[in-house]
Ligand binder design. Sequence first.
Ligand SMILES: Cc1cc2nc3c(=O)[nH]c(=O)nc-3n(C[C@H](O)[C@H](O)[C@H](O)COP(=O)(O)OP(=O)(O)OC[C@H]3O[C@@H](n4cnc5c(N)ncnc54)[C@H](O)[C@@H]3O)c2cc1C
Length: 418
Amino acid sequence: MQRYSVFAVARQALSQQMGWGQTWARAWADAAPKPRYDAIIVGAGGHGLATAYYLGRNFGITNVAILEKGWLGGGNTGRNTTIIRSNYLQDASAAIYEKSRSLYETLSQDLNMNVMFSPRGVMMLAQTEHEVRGYMRTAHANALQGVETRFIGPAEVKKLVPIIRLDGPRYPVLGALWQPRGGTARHDTVAWAYARACSDMGMDVIQNCEVTGITTDQGRVTGVETTRGAIACGKLGLVTAGHIGETARMAGFRLPVESLCLQALVSEPIKPAMDVVVMANTVHGYMSQSDKGEMVIGGGTDGFNNYTQRGSFHHIEETVRALIETFPMLSRLKMLRQWGGIVDMTGDRSPILSKTPVEGIFVNCGWGTGGFKAIPGSGWAMAELMAKGHSPLTEEFTMFRFREGRFIDESVAAGVAH
Ligand SMILES: Cc1cc2nc3c(=O)[nH]c(=O)nc-3n(C[C@H](O)[C@H](O)[C@H](O)COP(=O)(O)OP(=O)(O)OC[C@H]3O[C@@H](n4cnc5c(N)ncnc54)[C@H](O)[C@@H]3O)c2cc1C
């Protein structure tokens, strides 16, 4: 793989950065399907690509194809508001989300592509007494788990976010759960960087290749049917987020997941106004400022299951109205664009990384409104599960926990959609 570096950029500067197309290979090869792979991953979002990457990097399994029905990162991976944090309550969650956050710290170097990880700090506002108690409890739990967070008072909140209004009409700011090494990264570059590294290991990243069926023999997976023909495989990873219900149906089992549209919007770009990420769970909205200057705003999910990627105006209105209470300056901004993604929600708001009733099929889904932050950690853990049949990071996230009542309740940590 040709390596991106400051010297490469300097060399290209001599030709006004116009030479990349002529002298550099494509970031990833445009592969066509082979008849058989050791492992196939369905879904080239961040989680699918990261799973493939760590299968190769950590376990030497490189005869792998990643099949994507649309374009790379065109699902939720390229549609989210990019918040990265690991301040969850339960031990199993803290372990996988913190593994992920720590992998983000060096991801640009590991993958040799700048994913623009920006650990600018994430705060979750406490705007009711209930939230104060909840976040203090999380801060204590995080201290035991080795996750760096702390509860801060209103004065420190104001110091970190000068544009905030502390004495809003309905919900005053009583404090916040603060994670100083949380932050953001550039979402589509995360997908591109993993795809490039996978391609470099000889894996096939195949776009415009929809999986339409799954074939099995005596309870074991044998391959997939796709819009580009049948492909055999030894192991199969289903990583299709909002479409996971459909994909599981092809394999003959059901998952306790609902698909909903979650939406977000951005404002016109403005001068630097806020250099941390703020989430306001009670009024329901969250915001950060992109490097371009746009205020990136996340809203809620539709109140009914659906597969649209559009969103609805009443949600935009609700989100903006809620945020204006806490950030009055927003009322002067024009909103530029809005979009939606299909998120895969479980009842306990925790993901599923699991073996399935079909031997050789593994599933990675249920990240719902908060899986961007988990991409590296999830890929790491899922690869171990697929390669070895077990992983300490995935043990509690089995799909069978719903049958057995062993929920991993993260409804507070995931209380706001992000
Ligand atoms: C508006 C919005 C805001 C969000 N904000 C945040 C945030 O701030 N922080 C955070 O951590 N998370 C956030 N999330 C959640 C996060 O985006 C997702 O949890 C994460 O991106 C899921 O990644 P994935 O790889 O599992 O899914 P996806 O990126 O959706 O990838 C799944 C892929 O599977 C493909 N596929 C589906 N069916 C098939 C098939 N039959 N054959 C082949 N391919 C198929 C799809 O085309 C898709 O590309 C947000 C989500 C949305 C929608």
